[in-house]
Design a protein around this ligand. Structure first.
Ligand code: HEC
Length: 202
């Protein structure tokens, strides 16, 4: 009798557990639908404002730091983590703001999840000489993602151009020491360097 009741309690817990691991779609997931053109525009504007603010902060700081400390003194400023502004933009928008690329300097910036396909599309547009444009779409979980191309500017060649000509050999040693697997060189101005990837959680 006692064994039987222990058994039924166990069965009951198993049923509960299986429900935990196989949840029915929540109403929000089931209701995830296409964005209206108005919503799409709102997120496109938000994404553009965030990336413009980030770009302004970064390029200002990068050129100032290079003027005073050269490449070696500026190397830490091409990193979103060096900018408290990015942190407050993420919080204010309930968003994750990342940069990724097909040729990485920091492996932590590797494309992940939904970013993989978006980056591949940008890279493909590049080879077809089609201008990649900022885009917005909704994921199955209801969050909205924004992507935008990152183009190389003349300023960037000091650290992402050709080693030996654009990048002084001594400067590249500094970069290599910090990023032994660096692949982010050989770029020319106007080339697609990478992609902004913003995920707005709703
Ligand atoms: C002073 C050197 C320096 C300059 C100038 C520089 N970068 Fe970087 N860049 C770096 C370093 C170092 C990293 C790795 C940052 C990190 O650890 O996340 C990086 C990373 C990146 C990444 C992230 C992907 C990856 O490869 O890890 C992008 C995108 C990028 N740079 C674009 C640019 C653009 C565009 C410019 C010009 C506006 C620029 N960089 C100028 C040094 C530089």
């Amino acid at each position: 009798m006692r064994i039987l009741s222990t058994f039924s309690v166990l069965m009951f817990m198993l049923v509960l557990l299986s429900q935990c691991t196989n949840p029915a779609p929540t109403p929000t997931q089931a209701a995830a639908k296409e964005l209206t053109p108005e919503e799409e525009q709102v997120y496109l504007d938000k994404g553009k404002a965030i990336t413009a603010a980030a770009f302004a902060a970064m390029s200002g700081k990068l050129s100032a730091a290079m003027e005073t400390g050269g490449v070696a003194g500026a190397v830490e400023y091409c990193n979103l983590a060096a900018y408290p502004l990015l942190d407050s933009l993420s919080k204010a928008n309930n968003a994750t703001i990342r940069r990724t690329s097909a040729k990485l300097r920091n492996p932590k910036n590797a494309a992940q999840g939904w970013e993989v396909e978006a980056l591949a599309a940008f890279e493909q547009a590049k080879t077809l000489v089609r201008e990649p444009k900022p885009r917005v779409r909704q994921l199955d979980d209801g969050s909205v993602v924004f992507v935008a191309p990152i183009k190389l500017q003349p300023l960037c060649t000091k650290c992402h151009g050709t080693v030996g000509t654009d990048i002084a050999a001594a400067d590249y040693e500094v970069i290599k020491k910090l990023y032994p697997d660096d692949a982010a060189t050989g770029y020319v101005p106007d080339e697609l360097r990478g992609m902004w990837a913003i995920q707005f959680n709703r």
